[in-house]
Design a protein around this ligand. Structure first.
Ligand SMILES: Cc1ncc(COP(=O)(O)O)c(C=O)c1O
Length: 415
């Protein structure tokens, strides 16, 4: 094979340059490579194909929109019908009143938007000194400027110096957040960024009461709570924005991935009406932020068709059942000598943690395990020290058996 011209994200190109894995077709939970071999997609691409692959409804909606009005920008007063309809619909589904929706092309771009929005909200409401952003260890918020600075996964924090005024607290202790706010001076803090279930950092469900308590702490100190539901939204936690089970009202919510089931790139920030108000007041100056594709009509059409699928097939409800089934299936791997922990049970998300001594002796072990699972016909996600699972919400019982058989085989091969 000749060298590729494609520079892969998060890849050791020295190894990948002449050994790419080419996927050519997708249908529901299955993918095919160029040799015609079939694989079970146990990660829904990168945690995003919630509705499953090959949805002709979405393809048809995209083609129809492309014929009508493929693209146009939304700067100043321009908008298209699908963008109006989508944002109205998302606002109605949002877990906070009078929600306004700012659109972007990917989760990282939405994080940038939220970071700037939070700081500017305080500048507009007379608390200009509130500039500090707080995130958590093990957090993943994309790889743009703010996202890299907010990152809590150590190998992703290699682009220092970072954005100023970004600090981190331990991921599982709400009192550590309050202690840090008091150390900095709460009057200097703009926002706390928090994934409901930490995803790329290893699939870490929050300790019981954690999300509820950080909500209280943020409210007490006037800090905006930014819920990053890029992974957790659109059914992955059984609801639209990944917070219903905690019964909290966020100030900002980041969404991406599942909003189109990954069919086209879309993300956004949902702003509580109170946070949007200083931007929407008559005479308020513009928020000088946004990208060419913020509110792309064809992408919005894909999202609307995807929401129809998720709603029409009751996939959010289905996810509620699948979360326990996935966790139970993964627990059958808990007795394997290479597995030190099985995580899951909060959303259709799971992980098996790999023995740290074995990992220290062989840093490539997690990657090798994911390749070994692929050789056994199942696509899984290598993370820093664990293998992750986030299947389409259409996964059935028989698929769980295929998944655990392949994973056990891969673990056995590495013993
Ligand atoms: C929680 C979270 N936030 C942000 C992002 C960044 O999204 P994107 O890759 O679309 O930039 C991700 C991506 O996986 C994510 O998991």
């Amino acid at each position: 094979m000749t060298d590729t011209a494609f520079w892969h994200p998060f890849a050791a190109m020295g190894a990948v340059r002449d050994s790419e894995f080419v996927v050519v077709r997708g249908e529901d939970v299955w993918l095919w490579d160029e040799s015609g071999r079939r694989y079970l997609d146990a990660t829904a691409s990168l945690w995003c194909v919630n509705a499953g692959h090959g949805r002709t409804e979405i393809a048809d909606a995209v083609a129809a929109q492309m014929r009508e009005l493929a693209t146009y920008h939304t700067f100043t007063d321009f908008v298209s019908r699908p963008v109006q309809e989508l944002t109205r619909r998302l606002s109605g589904l949002a877990p906070m009143p009078d929600a306004k929706i700012f659109l972007a092309s990917g989760g990282g771009e939405a994080i940038e938007t939220a970071a700037k929005m939070a700081r500017e909200y305080f500048a507009r409401t007379g608390e200009r000194e509130r500039t500090v952003l707080v995130s958590r260890t093990n957090a993943y918020h994309g790889t743009h400027g703010f996202g890299t600075s907010l990152a809590g996964i150590p190998p992703n924090r290699l682009a220092a110096p970072f954005v100023p005024d970004v600090v981190q607290v331990t991921w599982n202790d709400p009192e550590a957040l309050e202690a840090e706010l008091l150390r900095i001076g709460p009057e200097r803090v703009a926002a706390f960024f928090c994934e409901p279930v930490i995803g790329a950092g290893g699939v870490l469900p929050p300790p019981p009461g954690y999300i509820e308590r950080v909500r209280e702490i943020c409210s007490k100190h006037g800090v905006l709570l930014v819920i990053d539901s890029v992974i957790c939204g659109f059914g992955r936690l059984g609801d639209w924005f990944g917070v219903d089970r905690f019964g909290i009202e966020p100030d900002l919510v980041i969404f991406a991935k599942g909003v189109t089931s990954g069919y086209l790139p879309l993300a956004g920030v949902v702003a509580h009406g109170r946070v949007a108000a200083p931007f929407f007041e008559r005479g308020a100056p513009p928020f000088r932020h946004g990208a060419t594709y913020a509110g792309h009509p064809t992408v919005a059409a894909a999202a609307l068709a995807n929401l129809d699928v998720l709603e029409g097939e009751g996939l959010l409800k289905r996810a509620e059942g699948l979360e326990g089934q996935l966790h139970d299936a993964l627990l059958t791997l808990a007795d394997h000598p290479l597995v030190t922990e099985v995580r899951g049970g909060t959303g259709v998300l799971g992980a098996v943690e790999i023995d740290s001594e074995r990992l220290a002796a062989n840093p490539g072990l997690v990657g090798a395990l994911s390749v070994a699972a692929r050789e056994r016909g199942v696509l899984v996600r290598p993370m820093v020290s664990a293998i992750g699972f986030s299947p389409p919400l259409t996964f059935a019982e028989e698929h769980l058996d295929v998944l655990t058989d392949a994973m056990r085989g891969a673990l056995d091969a590495a013993r």
